[in-house]
Write a protein that binds this ligand. Sequence first.
Ligand code: C5P
Length: 232
Amino acid sequence: MGKDVIIACDFASAAETFAFLDKLGSDRPFVKIGMELFYAEGPAIVRELKARGHRVFLDLKLHDIPNTVKKAMAVLSKLDADIVNVHAAGTISMMEAALKGLTRDDGSRPLLIAVTQLTSTDQASMEKDLLIKEPIDKVVMHYALNAKRAGLDGIVCSPLEAAKVHETCGKDFLTVTPGVRFADSDTGDQKRVMTPAEAKKAGSDYIVVGRPITAAPDPAAAYRRCVEEFRD
Ligand code: C5P
């Protein structure tokens, strides 16, 4: 696996999700589903996407005591998602427990990646609300290294951080990067963006793309353009 486009399916229902995916014709892209859709539709949405031939990044960002996360991950592992994630802030022990819970009897498991500091957290809120006084870039790299030490496969980060993450954690440590826009499209609420081609050059392993594809007049063409710009 690697070097692929993941479509962020930020929809509120299965009906909306499949109406969108039907527009892509015979393509069966890698999709990301998050809390909204998962809480609305439950595990059935993952089973259905898998049955239709999609790979699934289940973006639930688990963060709890290690034992709880381990048990929850054992359940998610049975759903056969391809990528799942946790908050690195849950500590190395929690990430190790997540990995144990995910690993099936035959040793196989979904990829496990970590969220470092959310992009909605800035230096000021980190200092004021979380009492973390270090520079945010240092905190992000520290969390990435913690994820690596715990045995995780990679992290979610900005494509602008991908090169640094690979330098710090190794070239095989996956960088899954949202914040991607076409050169000629609206950036919307994303502040720091790269095009798919720039993200590829920067070393992103997977780009997560939502609205540039889901809100495009021709989503199939937008998806293909994204793949052409990004894949080797
Ligand atoms: O529509 P857009 O391309 O901005 O969607 C990006 C997706 O990636 C959304 O699902 C968003 O929640 C997610 N994401 C992000 N930035 C992060 C982590 C996740 O944009 N740091």
